[in-house]
Design a protein around this ligand. Structure first.
Ligand code: ADP
Ligand code: ZN
Length: 516
């Protein structure tokens, strides 16, 4: 075998402009060069591309890159060409003639990298021979597994690659690491002995914060006004929210653009470019945004809505702070979102998995332990000490005896005959005079107005804790009304003490904001 070792650094410098490898890149590159199958788990922005792009330059033949992201292939290929690397893509958007040309140049050994969507692999059968293909890279490899968070049926046929090209190394790459998914990837790609490379998922520079979703828009406006000229991304669940938010920003003189699947290719491209070149400060996007964009100075990511799982959340916040400088991830936690996501999941082929993942996301949002610990343990990493860079660490909750508060909430729920959602329960406690309360004569209820001394937000904070602790529950199937549980009675009769954490005072929150 040729000695590649002396070539690695000169190639890294010449084609990619880097002087050194990051963490495990060199070891991975060497493994691929030694024709070993590999499974690379590295967070978004970690530098996965080099792991197959660099070996492609040193091996004879073409490296096939399987990627689900047709929309990005052109950009990726253009980028490679600009660096002097002969590359092309092959997908259904091309004419037969174009496709033929690509087959021909692979045949001639002219291409180093060929990007292909799994659906289009069949079209490549004339060149799927060991003599033409140097390596197969399966990008976004978690798509192969129904355990993953982004299952794609077209990925499931990829097992044939190993059978067709038994001597060609396969390198599977993903930013998703849970163990079941990992094993599934190796089984399905038929690379049971693949060498696994697990990079650390810790992105210490990203400060984590979760807030209740009350009055999100003003919270976001305030957040942004404190960070003039910083680039950021806001993820929303619906196209409509992206557009509503953008309108709000423009009203406030902030440059923002919406990005979602309803826009045509050109508009999306424009949004992306304006963002990359700092012409647009903020992009409000559905999940389609950010895959593969290479912008190192994104300073913050806000989740206007709750993501459907921790993998997605982690990937999205990972688009901030790629330059290693301090960045912020702010997540708004809302039960309304949870319910909507549950609806989306219901009826899906892997409904149970999706719901379980959503549940973990919810637990993360509600946690009163270091959030980074939860995040990392999800990916199988153990963080010995608290991180010091999340909202829980910066402001550890103080617990106090909240039995009386709990009793007030629970007895109101009982007096409302378990027929009303959290908002009305709080309105009744605070003696609100709105139609929803007065029309039903709730002002006659014994607990009406007994909680005026506590703000609406604080009541919500307490109610969420009672839900988390199982003293009451949301009936998702009955318009989300609050109901009692078998544990409520003990609280109401004074047999159980309830510990609650104090909500942040407004000044504390503002001070914390400034500190960051
Ligand atoms: P991933 O595919 O894991 O999300 P990329 O391969 O797109 O990540 O790399 C993320 C960023 O890191 C890119 O801007 C890339 O140029 C940069 N990068 C990768 N490897 C190195 C390295 N060895 N030195 C410096 N920058 C690197
Ligand atoms: Zn922490």
């Amino acid at each position: 075998m040729p000695d590649f070792q002396n070539e690695l650094y000169p190639h890294l410098k010449k084609y990619f402009g880097f002087d050194s490898f990051r963490d495990q890149q060199e070891e991975i590159v060497t493994s691929v060069l030694n024709k070993k199958d590999c499974l690379v788990i590295m967070p978004t922005g970690g530098g996965k591309s080099i792991c197959f792009q660099l070996p492609s330059l040193l091996l004879k033949g073409t490296t096939l890159v399987i990627s689900p992201l047709i929309a990005l292939m052109k950009d990726q290929v253009d980028g490679l060409k600009a660096n002097g690397i002969p590359a092309a893509f092959f997908n259904s958007s091309q004419s037969a003639e174009e496709q033929h040309k690509i087959l021909e140049s692979t045949h001639q050994g002219e291409l180093k990298l060929l990007y292909v969507a799994p659906e289009s692999l069949q079209g490549l059968s004339p060149i799927l021979k060991e003599e033409f293909i140097s390596c197969v890279a399966v990008d976004e490899a978690h798509c192969i597994s129904s355990w993953g968070h982004d299952f794609r049926p077209s990925y499931q046929q990829l097992g044939f690659l190993k059978s067709t090209l038994p001597l060609t190394p396969i390198i599977a790459l993903t930013a998703t690491a849970d163990k079941a998914t990992r094993e599934d990837i190796m089984a399905q790609l038929k690379i049971p002995r693949a060498k696994q490379f697990l990079a650390s998922f810790d992105r210490k520079n990203i400060a984590l914060e979760v807030r209740p979703a009350h009055d999100r828009v003003s919270q976001i406006l305030q957040f942004i006004k404190q960070r003039p000229n910083e680039s950021g991304i806001i993820y929303c669940l619906s196209r409509k929210s992206t557009e509503t938010l953008v309108a709000k920003f423009l009203d406030n003189g902030i440059k923002a653009a919406a990005y979602h699947a309803g826009l045509d290719f050109e508009s999306r491209n424009k949004v992306q470019e304006d963002f990359i070149f700092d012409k647009t400060q903020i992009v409000c996007a559905t999940i389609a945004f950010g895959m593969g964009i290479d912008k190192s100075n994104v300073r913050w990511v806000i989740h206007y809505n709750m993501p459907k799982n921790i993998e997605g959340y982690y990937q999205e916040i990972g688009r901030s702070g790629r330059d290693g400088l301090p960045a912020q991830a702010l997540l708004f936690h809302s039960y309304g979102d949870v319910i909507q996501l549950q609806r989306f999941a219901s009826g899906a082929t892997n409904e149970e998995v999706q719901l379980a993942k959503l549940d973990r996301m919810k637990q993360f949002s509600e946690a009163s332990t270091c959030r980074r610990k939860i995040l990392l343990s999800y990916f199988g990493e153990f963080l010995g000490e608290d991180c010091g860079n999340c909202d829980v660490c910066k402001n550890p909750p103080q617990f106090f005896d909240g039995t009386i508060i709990a009793q007030k909430i629970l007895s109101t729920i009982a007096r409302l005959k378990e027929l009303e959602a959290t908002g009305i329960v709080i309105d009744v406690l605070r003696g609100a005079q709105n139609a929803a309360v007065l029309d039903k004569n709730y002002q006659e209820i014994k607990t009406y107005g007994i909680g005026k001394d506590i703000s609406w937000n604080d009541w919500q904070h307490y109610a969420i804790q009672l839900i988390n602790q199982g003293f009451c529950e949301i009936a998702f199937h009955k318009n989300n009304v609050l109901q009692l549980t078998p544990y409520s009675k003990d609280v109401l009769f004074g047999k159980t003490r309830v510990l609650l954490s104090k909500p942040l005072k407004k000044e504390e929150r503002v001070a914390l904001e400034k500190e960051q």
